[in-house]
Ligand binder design. Structure first.
Ligand SMILES: CC(C)(COP(=O)(O)OP(=O)(O)OC[C@H]1O[C@@H](n2cnc3c(N)ncnc32)[C@H](O)[C@@H]1OP(=O)(O)O)[C@@H](O)C(=O)NCCC(=O)NCCS
Length: 183
């Protein structure tokens, strides 16, 4: 089997991103806040705007697209959380690996590439939100070094579910503080 490569998509790759995103929403609706039907209706301009707004990373093996993840600015967390974010914290979101490629290291390659991209952007940490009941995702993120934080919030589209923020230090800077990100 050939190596997995991960590349950053350009704006003109919007349709590749769109296809991966729609596949993710169809296959794993419970993992994402948005829905397949909602995003199917978006036009080219919207997808292009999305490409410009965040970094999109695509995992490919033997010319087959196997996984996708996005990287953007982390949004502020409520005042009561110990976990405060700033512009040096990037948020990882929209992580999805095609079921046939799960358990093969593709997800790890995506996180590794996202961490490298975050370092390029002078970020110190990656953070993400994951539904606490998503056992496989929580196990995966833990296995690649993400640490649970005390930040929780209800899932916007289903308030019976809770999301947890997890954090991964990515900086070589020894002054970067992993648990208190507001410095
Ligand atoms: C989350 C995701 C990207 C992880 O990729 P993956 O290839 O499945 O991850 P891996 O198989 O490398 O790691 C998963 C780990 O969880 C374990 N696991 C599997 N199912 C589990 C479960 N229900 N509960 C706990 N652990 C579980 C696996 O054994 C594995 O651990 P191991 O490496 O020690 O064997 C992928 O499963 C996916 O795309 N899921 C659907 C979309 C999604 O949930 N995205 C996350 C949104 S935050």
């Amino acid at each position: 089997m050939s190596e997995v490569t991960v590349r950053v998509l350009a704006e003109d790759d919007w349709d590749t991103y769109r296809q991966m995103r729609l596949a993710a929403l169809k296959e794993s609706p419970q993992a994402f806040v948005s829905t397949y039907d909602e995003e199917l209706a978006y036009d080219e301009d919207f997808w292009r705007l999305r490409m410009r707004r965040s970094t999109r990373l695509l995992a490919v093996r033997d010319e087959e697209n196997l996984g996708i993840v996005s990287l953007g600015d982390a949004q502020p967390i409520d005042d009561e959380s110990d976990l405060q974010v700033n512009q040096r914290v990037a948020e990882l979101f929209g992580m999805w690996v095609d079921p046939k490629a799960r358990g093969t290291g593709v997800a790890w390659r995506l996180v590794d590439a996202a961490a490298a991209e975050a370092r390029e952007q002078q970020r110190t940490h990656l953070m993400l939100w994951v539904v606490v009941d998503n056992g496989r995702a929580v196990a995966f993120y833990s296995s690649v070094g993400f640490r649970p934080s005390d930040s929780r919030r209800p899932v916007r589209t289903d308030e019976t579910l809770t999301e947890m923020a997890m954090v991964l230090p990515v900086s070589d800077d020894p002054g970067a503080v992993p648990n208190s990100l507001n410095r």
